[in-house]
Design a protein around this ligand. Structure first.
Ligand code: ME8
Length: 516
């Protein structure tokens, strides 16, 4: 398989210092949709997610709970793995940074950076945020009226002074700027690219790379008093999973990656990570795309703030594909987004139950009754038939273009615009009236309608895998005919093929009675 047919995609790895929250679920769902899309489109995909288990934040939480940190990591990593299953994520691997393979990879990349001459020992004195696991310049912090100093993301910072290994980040300033200039799509969306470029232009200081005041981390080679700064180890997960440092192993072919992350960690991914890789002589990632933050009716949620919405409860309540669809369609990927009960119910009932679900149910029920439960005959196409077929046939190109830019919401908007158009077509053609006046024409209208549904369902697979699969079952599309190369004329429904009894795919959300 040629190189450009491979597609490696990763989520950030989450801190298992608490249970997964909806922000984690959102990132995994979106990355899963991007991965599934490429698979359906014939790419050789590798998709990685996992947990980031070291560092002071984990240690502090474990102390607060009075349990060993490994127990905290094990317990919550299991919850993140369960979330991946519950969300129907199609990840090929789940990495935990406490694994042996990862210790080896992190020590190997460290040794490469040492060999390049980019790591030296000195003393660090400066501000550190445990919540962000980040060092900040004093100019980035602010002393507030409560007497506490805060970092740029609003988390408290503490003064740290200790012996530390440093990375010569300052030496990479020009090379990084050149990278952003030469490869304008290295960072997306462009607002984030501007932010990163401004940060790098303002001057890079060398980065503290190790800690001596705790030991929950990966040991620095040849100096066991030090553990690596958690971000050095965290970022390396992306290559550990492909077998680094053994670049001759079978998975290494997937590198470089598309990294999907949240906007709060763009600096680590687009400044530190490429600098480490340049130093270690590893090819740079293809692209880093930062999504926005989710707000519950406008309010920020996070574990540290203690305002968490449980993704398991949400999926139980609304249904998995309903939740996946809502977030992917509602929130422009790359921007912040809001969610609320009303907004979720609105999408479920209007887009899924009314538009797509009803169209499938109405057309297929008519076929079951009037066409002997077989794919109807298709006569000469009128302009109206051709218009809706052309719209459906054009969806692959549009959604491929959108998904290649991580514009997930745009792909779904295009697909569902065609669903709306198909509803107008169906209503306008009045097949129920044609039944008496022109049954052959009725069959053509029904054929065209379910052919559009076939294509919509194939394209919906990355976003709503189970629901799309049910839709494909009821239009009798076999497993082998569900890939994108069967879109358009290549996979048209076969006239006369048996259709199963239509089952409703998208139930309406009905509010529970008060007090229930
Ligand atoms: O940052 N809305 O872990 P994490 C959307 N371990 N996304 C959110 C979010 C929200 N409310 N809250 C968090 C870490 N995220 C590091 C990453 S990668 C080598 C190491 C996103 O558990 C966040 O932006 O704090 C990040 O991409 C992911 O969830 C994990 O966050």
């Amino acid at each position: 398989m040629s190189d450009n047919n491979r597609f490696y995609i990763t989520t950030a790895i989450s801190y298992p210092n608490g249970k997964p929250h909806i922000g984690h679920a959102y990132e995994l769902i979106a990355t899963d949709a991007l991965a599934r899309f490429q698979r359906c489109d014939g790419k050789d995909v590798y998709f990685l997610t996992g947990t980031d288990e070291h560092g002071q934040k984990m240690l502090q939480t474990a102390r607060n709970e009075g349990i060993p940190v490994r127990e905290l990591a094990d317990r919550n990593a299991a919850e993140f793995q369960r979330m991946a299953q519950v969300l129907n994520a199609s990840n090929d691997d789940f990495i935990r940074t406490s694994e042996e393979r990862h210790h080896k990879a992190s020590q190997a990349i460290w040794e490469k950076m040492v060999a390049t001459g980019d790591i030296y020992k000195d003393t660090y004195a400066g501000w550190y945020s445990v919540r962000d696991e980040a060092y900040y310049q004093e100019s980035e912090t602010e002393l507030r009226d409560d007497g506490v100093r805060y970092g740029p993301q609003g988390s408290p910072v503490e003064w740290v002074e200790e012996e530390s290994y440093f990375f010569r980040l300052s030496a990479y300033q020009d090379r990084l700027l050149e990278l952003y200039e030469k490869q304008p799509d290295f960072i997306g969306p462009s607002s984030r690219r501007n932010e990163v470029m401004a940060f790098v232009k303002s001057g890079l200081k060398d980065l503290s790379m190790s800690r001596t005041t705790f030991d929950w981390g990966i040991k620095v080679p040849d100096d066991e008093r030090h553990v690596m700064y958690v971000w050095v180890d965290a970022l390396t997960n992306y290559i550990t999973a492909l077998g680094y440092p053994d670049t001759s192993n079978a998975l290494w072919k997937y590198w470089p990656a598309l990294h999907i992350i949240g906007k709060d960690i763009i600096r680590f991914h687009s400044v530190y990570w490429p600098a480490f890789l340049l130093s270690a002589g590893v090819e740079l990632p293809k692209r880093i795309f930062a999504h926005g933050f989710l707000f519950n009716r406008g309010e920020k949620m996070s574990k540290s703030v203690g305002n968490v919405v449980d993704p398991f409860t949400m999926v139980d309540h609304y249904g998995l594909d309903q939740v996946r669809y809502f977030f992917l369609r509602e929130v422009p990927f790359g921007q912040d987004g809001n969610y609320s009960h009303e907004a979720i119910v609105g999408r479920i009932n209007s887009d899924l139950a009314n538009d797509l679900g009803n169209l499938a149910q109405r057309s297929l029920s008519m076929i079951a009754k009037n066409c002997d439960a077989k794919v109807p005959q298709c006569g000469d196409l009128t302009d109206a038939d051709k218009a809706i077929m052309t719209a459906a046939d054009g969806l692959l190109e549009k959604s491929r273009d959108a998904m290649n830019r991580q514009a997930i919401h745009t792909a779904l908007a295009d697909i569902f615009a065609t669903v709306s158009e198909a509803n107008r077509y169906f209503a306008g053609q009045e097949p129920w009236a044609l039944k008496k006046t022109d049954p052959a024409r009725m069959e053509t209208v029904l054929y065209v309608t379910i052919e559009v549904i076939r294509q919509v369902a194939i394209l919906c697979q990355p976003f709503m895998p189970d629901a799309a699969s049910k839709l494909l079952d009821i239009v009798s599309v076999s497993e082998a005919e569900r890939t994108f190369d069967k879109l358009g004329a290549a996979g048209r429904l076969r006239i006369g093929a048996d259709l199963p009894k239509p089952q409703p795919v998208f139930p309406r959300y009905v509010e529970a009675e008060q007090g229930e």
